[in-house]
Design a protein around this ligand. Structure first.
Ligand code: CUA
Length: 312
């Protein structure tokens, strides 16, 4: 999964990349020039022990010229940085898809807005976005300051409690891009990643239609027992599984959990083994996570895993 500002997949990211390379070359050349002058000065200083007359006037001239050059270079970089920032801020559209992302310690709640409430989609730690159109990310935070950052798509944007921020982006290249919280937010800051799946509009439409459906019904006896445990046990105190009586919103929505690529906000790839380990003891995998160790019997745990892994 790609996570690099030098691998842009959209308009905004390309602007950032262009600015990055401009700064790289300008500062690179400045470094080389300064070191060259330094080398010359060292060699000359060794050869000549006594300064000749007129050296002071020359020195003053050199300092004046280099100061002027520094001002010009810095102003140039400042202007190009402002131009890039303004160009990115101007890229918004009225008909953009609105995705509300709420940063939490340490996961991302994702809600696709729609005028009709039943058409809204709630998921976590994975954003599917269509290519070729403007998307508005409405960013919120529920506890402390976080920062939303997908290097291949856009710059960083802070998520501040009690404040809503907006980020407009357009993705041109379908692909899977990794995002990461970019503001230290507590012990599991490093395990606060997410996935952006950029798809052609048709594929995106299919995905969102599938996400609108309620959870699949269990097929086997074990899965049925798993659903019973999820609804009646501790899971339902924090999680939602739409179509069941579990409806709490304190933790990630599990309705289509098994369609996601990762577990625990990018901490582990989604597999049966990892899901089992996670249910056994979340604190061992992600110490400090709000998900407690429940102390399930192996039979109950396997039943819950069997139920959750069919939630496609
Ligand atoms: Cu959230 Cu760092």
């Amino acid at each position: 999964m790609l996570q690099s500002a030098l691998n842009p997949a959209g308009t905004q990211a390309q602007r950032i990349e262009a600015l990055w390379w401009l700064m790289f070359w300008v500062t690179g050349i400045v470094t080389v020039v300064v070191l060259a002058f330094l080398a010359v000065a060292i060699v000359r200083g060794r050869r000549r022990s006594r300064p000749d007359s007129g050296a002071d006037a020359r020195l003053l001239r050199y300092v004046a010229w280099s100061t002027a050059a520094t001002v010009v270079v810095l102003l140039g970089l400042l202007v190009s940085s402002i131009v890039t920032g303004r160009a990115m801020a101007s890229q918004r559209a009225n008909q953009s898809l609105i995705v509300e992302v709420t940063a939490n310690q340490w996961w991302w709640n994702v809600e696709y807005q729609h005028p009709e409430p039943e058409q809204r989609v709630r998921t976590a730690n994975e954003l599917h976005l269509p290519t070729g159109r403007t998307v508005m990310i409405k960013l919120l935070a529920s506890d402390v300051i976080h920062s939303f950052w997908v290097p291949s798509l856009h710059g960083k944007l802070d998520a501040i409690p009690g404040h809503s921020a907006e980020l407009y982006l357009q993705i041109d290249k379908p692909g899977v891009y990794r995002g990461q919280c970019a503001e230290y937010c507590g012990v599991q800051h490093a395990h606060m990643a997410f996935v952006v799946v950029a798809e052609e509009p048709d594929a995106f439409e299919r995905w969102i239609q599938a996400q609108r459906t309620t959870a699949l019904d269990p097929q086997t006896e074990q899965q049925r027992r798993g659903r019973q445990l999820v609804q009646a046990g501790t899971c339902a105190m924090c999680h939602t599984v739409r179509g069941t009586s579990a409806g709490a919103r304190r933790a990630p929505d599990l309705t289509h959990l098994a369609t996601r690529a990762t577990l625990a906000a990018g901490t582990l790839p989604f597999t049966r083994e990892h899901l089992t380990q996670w249910l056994d003891n979340p604190q061992r995998i992600k110490p400090g996570t709000k998900m407690p160790r429940i102390g399930l019997s192996p039979g109950d745990r396997d039943a819950i895993v069997a139920y959750l892994e069919q939630l496609k």
